[in-house]
Design a protein around this ligand. Structure first.
Ligand code: ADP
Ligand code: AMP
Length: 214
């Protein structure tokens, strides 16, 4: 099962991708997580990516595509995977398509988690990310048991720099310009499915299970 999660920043792609990965036993591949882990480890890729991420811009395709193509070629991806945050541009979708074709395969589902812009700033300003394991919470909708402490690993939770309102606005503009065209791209490919991302997390997940099957 090869799945792409589409949707605006903060729509709930990561939240649902984790649940899907667990239920269907496929790896969850988040390009945002890969970049953040590179930043944390001080790699050259991390330093390059950070300059774009801090401004709410996309990391250039040439730093992103090969990374994902390498990752989906690894052994644990043989039975499928869930791509969260990739592709984000038409050239990324085309690079993925070319790589999949050469492996004799294709994407099964592109799930668009639909949330209007008016909800997004609220979602993002309440998001808290773990500095240790990357787990994500929301102060209101998915609060940790102890304030600002990760339930999973006990490390501190922080508001990501790029979740501050001024950067969120920029990320939304970038989303509409560069990523939203992918909805049409995957509709034409016949694999687009849409879920209402404004529902409760569990209801969004039920809608996804109805698409993917039990
Ligand atoms: P994305 O991966 O699309 O950027 P996240 O999955 O990190 O988005 O979700 C953004 C924020 O909204 C997080 O704080 C998350 O806990 C919260 N969230 C996710 N899905 C829902 C939902 N259905 N209802 C309310 N809050 C949600
Ligand atoms: P995310 O965790 O998916 O919200 O991603 C955080 C940031 O990482 C984005 O705002 C981009 O700057 C960068 N990023 C993640 N995935 C991609 C991608 N596929 N292409 C370009 N930039 C990306």
């Amino acid at each position: 099962m090869k799945i792409i999660m589409l949707g605006a920043p903060g729509a709930g792609k990561g939240t649902q991708a984790k649940k899907i990965a667990e239920k269907y036993s496929v790896p969850h591949i988040s390009t945002g997580d890969i970049f953040r882990s590179n930043i944390k480890n001080g790699t050259e890729l991390g330093m390059k990516a950070k300059a774009f991420m801090d401004q709410g811009l996309l990391v250039p395709d040439e730093l992103t595509c090969d990374l994902v193509v390498d990752r989906i070629g690894q052994d644990d991806c043989k039975n499928g995977y869930i791509l969260d945050g990739f592709p984000r541009t038409i050239p990324q979708a085309e690079a993925l398509n070319t790589a999949l074709k050469s492996m004799g395969t294709s994407i099964d589902y592109a799930i668009d988690v639909e949330v209007q812009d008016s909800h997004i700033v609220n979602r993002m300003s309440g998001r808290r990310a773990c500095t240790g394991c990357g787990a994500t919470y929301h102060v209101k909708y998915n609060a940790p048991k102890a304030e600002n402490i990760c339930d999973a690993c006990g490390e501190a939770l922080v508001l990501r720099d790029d979740d501050k309102p001024e950067t969120v606005q920029k990320r939304l503009t970038v989303y509409h310009d560069q990523t939203q065209p992918l909805i049409d791209y995957y509709k034409k490919a016949g694999v687009l499915r849409t879920v209402d991302g404004t529902l409760d997390m569990e209801d969004v997940f039920s809608a996804i299970i109805a698409i993917l099957g039990e």
